[in-house]
Design a protein around this ligand. Structure first.
Ligand code: SF4
Length: 269
């Protein structure tokens, strides 16, 4: 059996192999800082969730709900990927999210709905047993991220103990029909070319569970912001009409990590 250090060494090797493969595929390499942040995230995730990771019996299970009808009569499918742990007659489904715990807890209904659709597919369409569902948040809390960056083992242990990345989600089958209908409404809006952005007030309001506004969390990463009337109004209001400050909003492409994430996401599909 591998020792703790032995496993982390193997994870480091896998990480390097994956990074090399990604660089070959995409023609882009991550900056050393971004790569180190990603490595620490993998290692912290392993240390905290080792217990679950070792018990996963079905990884990346693709669940599909095909042939759904939108309110506008369009046919669409819902797909998702989950991990399953089967143990002592109990089956638990995990949905892994890259968001932070506070943001998930503050918007728990959204996550409940999505996971409930997956649970419905697993239990009712596939006829599989299911006892529990939960979301796993992979984003490290800021205090843990800082401790990992400076490799302060005592702080890491303390922050790891505080971190609660597994959030149990109740299975509410009666919400599934409504959730599928809401997906259908979004499909109709997309197919109908209805892309009206939210109003200025929405952009200025803090997102539940975070210290960030819709504009700083979502618009800042949106390539459409250069031609978005709502974002223009937001930038204008925030810069109080000063031309130099106004331009800062449109010239802000995020830090190295965010830019690399965008490049990787754009090349991923
Ligand atoms: S900038 Fe993008 S995310 Fe923000 S409101 Fe406009 S279209 Fe939506």
């Amino acid at each position: 059996m591998d020792t703790h250090d032995g496993i982390e060494q193997r994870l480091n090797e896998f990480f390097e192999e994956n990074m090399a493969a990604l660089a070959l595929e995409s023609g882009h390499s991550l900056s050393p800082e971004v790569k180190e942040t990603a490595r620490q995230q993998v290692l912290m995730y392993w240390r905290k969730l080792r217990d679950i990771a070792e018990r996963v019996t079905d990884t990346e299970v693709r669940l599909s709900l095909p042939q759904q009808q939108s309110p506008g009569g369009r046919t669409f499918a819902i797909e998702g990927i989950v991990d399953i742990v089967r143990e002592d007659e109990r089956v638990v489904m995990y949905d892994i999210k890259t968001h932070d715990t506070a943001a998930i807890e503050a918007n728990i209904e959204d996550y409940e709905r999505q996971l409930n659709v997956y649970a419905h597919i697993w239990q009712n369409l596939r006829g599989q047993r299911l006892d529990e569902t939960a979301v796993i948040c992979t984003q490290l809390p800021e205090a843990l991220r800082q401790a990992a960056t400076v490799r302060d083992e005592r702080r890491i242990e303390r922050e790891l103990a505080r971190w609660e990345p597994v959030i149990p989600i109740p299975f509410e089958p009666e919400h599934v029909t409504e959730t599928v209908r809401e997906f259908g409404e979004v499909v109709d809006q997309i197919e109908g070319g209805c892309f009206t952005p939210p109003d200025l007030i929405t952009l200025q309001v803090r997102l539940p569970g975070t210290t960030r506004t819709f504009a700083s969390e979502i618009c800042r990463r949106c390539d459409a912001r250069f031609s978005c009337a709502s974002y223009r109004a937001y930038a204008h209001a925030a810069s109080q009409g000063a031309e130099v400050r106004f331009r800062e909003y449109f010239d802000d492409f995020g830090d190295d990590t965010e830019q690399s994430e965008r490049v990787a996401a754009g090349l991923g599909e």
